[in-house]
Write a protein that binds this ligand. Structure first.
Ligand code: FAD
Ligand code: DLZ
Ligand code: SF4
Length: 504
């Protein structure tokens, strides 16, 4: 008999390791271990979500006829690591070896590769593109732009295709999206499910000091509940998803977002089936093409593409730092006082929900870190810790690549930076902020306005020849010299204050 490892983000009965083994003979190993629960200080909701979903999945497998050796975190025999648990179970069951599906993190791939047991790694077939397909697509290209990869996946899956042409004649309807924040949001937000109280108590006792609120806990923790959330959102959220994808509101943290990334990444939902359901909503006339195409692109485009980049680039990807940024992550990211309303809102909801939507992650917390010159490794570890959907294969390319430009432009053709104006346009945060978004200098000037020019100025050598950034440099160069000096001096003073640990 063999052991079949199922990790906390591999909770699918379609998992290759389960498909290639035999429930009549083999034993599934699942383990809640300190090693996985502490490689970053995960948000308590993320740990609770993982353990609750693991426990339910183990029961499901038992119901399907599998023998499951499940280790709870507080089991006195728990060795504290995945490899330790495999070694312990191998001797307990006298196992001939271990079969596992490739994990989503190099750290664990290496640990499993080095363990002193016979082992067999299988590809993770929960994704649409294989590693080989991505490598072949990337081979010989100067630039690895998501858009072209996405078109190939549309063709491969047949999603939103009209013969060999894209549905509606265009591949991408993004120019219809990105509307500013609406006055009213008609979607009621995610469904809320009852938690497992034993897990809440366990996580409270062991990880209660980590950044983040454990309660109220409302995530779906099995496939049926996750599908209920998806159906609820397809019905009420999808039609307006495209329009308000980039908007932010003081009063509404979820807008028209689907809140399914936790479930997709943990294995509770299948990406292709999710997209097929969204396509059906378009074909039946329930949702417009711009919404459905935008949503499908996030999943078969961005989600698959970032995974491809993570595995293509290799284990050193997370230590890249192309811009040489070395500032420490300031206290505001851990809930420290701030006068910046947009940061307070994005961090505050992260603390409460272990969730923020894409534009909050990219254009508020990510933008601020990039403009301030924070060490990308610290930024990466923060994102990996605080979001319940964060596993390295998806988090690292989004943070190191897309958000921090630390991979030197593999993912982004230019840095995602903006002054306060973008946040003002897409949200209602600025109206109730202590800073003034209209002020470019002075005591109340929006910090994004100061830091934006500071960033461009300190990275002139690298970016002034970038064709997509020439305009910004021309505006900067046309400003009179005294004004430029004031902007830079005020930005420096702001950064010094932040470095000294004072609220900013
Ligand atoms: P929706 O807005 O409803 O989008 C639908 C789905 O599209 C998501 O559930 C997700 O599966 C997929 N998707 C959208 N954008 C991306 C993307 N850029 N990369 C991968 N999938 C995408 N996503 C994660 O799943 N885990 C992360 O750790 C993560 N870290 C991020 C860090 C930064 C700095 C940025 C800018 C983005 C990050 N994202 C991450 C992508 C995106 O922000 C989340 O997938 C999204 O906010 C999840 O919320 P949702 O399910 O409501 O998504
Ligand atoms: C995120 C997480 C946590 C908090 N705990 C566990 C755990 O105790 N046992 C486990 O098998 N998996 C856990 N996970 C998910 C893993 O960290 C994840 O499988 C790897 O990071 C690879 O993506
Ligand atoms: Fe954020 Fe600046 Fe607007 Fe305040 S004024 S909310 S700091 S963008």
């Amino acid at each position: 008999m063999r052991l079949v490892l199922v990790l906390g983000d591999q909770l699918s009965t379609e998992l290759s390791a389960l498909k290639k083994t035999d429930k009549a003979q083999d034993v599934v190993v699942m383990a809640e271990v300190t090693g996985e629960a502490t490689y970053v200080p995960h948000h308590p909701k993320k740990i609770a979500f993982t353990f609750m979903a693991m426990r339910k999945f183990a029961e499901k497998l038992r119901g399907d006829g599998w023998t499951v050796a499940y280790t709870k975190l507080d089991d006195p025999n728990n060795t504290g690591s995945i490899v330790g648990e495999l070694i312990r179970r191998a001797s307990e069951y006298d196992a001939a070896g271990v079969v596992y599906t490739e994990p989503g993190e190099w750290r664990l791939i290496e640990a499993l590769g080095d363990m002193p047991l016979q082992s067999h790694s299988l590809p993770d077939t929960r994704f649409i593109a294989t590693h080989q397909e991505f490598e072949e697509w990337a081979e010989g290209r100067k630039q690895l732009r998501m858009e072209y990869f996405y078109r190939d996946i549309r063709r491969k899956t047949g999603l939103l295709m009209d013969g060999d042409k894209p549905e509606g004649g265009k591949w991408n309807y993004d120019h219809d999206n990105r509307k500013p924040a609406p006055d009213q949001v008609h979607f009621k937000g995610p469904l809320k499910f009852a938690p497992d109280k034993d897990v809440l108590d366990l996580v409270d006792a062991r990880f209660g000091d980590n950044f983040g609120d454990l309660r109220p806990f409302w995530f779906a923790t099995d496939t049926v509940q996750a599908q209920e959330q998806l159906t609820h959102w397809l019905d009420g959220g999808l039609p307006k998803f495209g329009d308000f994808q980039d908007a932010m509101l003081n009063e509404n943290r979820f807008l028209y977002h689907s809140l399914i990334s936790f479930y997709l990444n943990a294995g509770l939902l299948d990406p292709l089936k999710v997209c097929q359901q969204a396509e059906a909503a378009y074909r039946s006339g329930h949702a417009p093409l711009n919404a459905v195409e935008g949503f499908i692109r996030q999943i078969i485009g961005w989600r698959e593409y970032v995974r491809g980049i993570y595995f293509l680039e290799g284990p050193d990807y997370t230590s890249r730092n192309a811009l040489g940024h070395d500032r420490q992550l300031p206290a505001v990211y851990w809930g420290g006082d701030t006068k910046m309303n947009c940061m307070a809102k994005a961090v505050g909801q992260t603390q409460q929900e272990a969730y923020a939507h894409h534009i909050q992650r990219l254009m508020v917390t990510g933008n601020f870190a990039l403009l301030s010159g924070i060490d990308p490794m610290e930024v990466h570890e923060w994102y990996l810790a605080v979001y319940a959907d964060a596993y390295e294969w998806v988090e690292a390319p989004n943070v190191i690549g897309m958000s921090q430009f630390a991979d030197d432009g593999i993912i982004a053709s230019k840095p995602y930076i903006s002054s306060g104006n973008y946040i003002h346009k897409m949200s209602n945060h600025c109206g109730s902020c202590a800073y003034r978004v209209q002020d470019k200098t002075g005591e109340n000037a929006c910090p994004f306005n100061l830091l934006y020019w500071h960033f461009l100025d300190r990275h002139r050598d690298r970016f002034s020849n970038n064709p997509r950034m020439g305009n910004m440099y021309r505006v900067w160069d046309r400003m009179d010299e005294a004004r430029r000096a004031t902007v830079l001096a005020e930005a420096d003073a702001f950064l010094q204050k932040m470095d000294a640990g004072e609220p900013v």
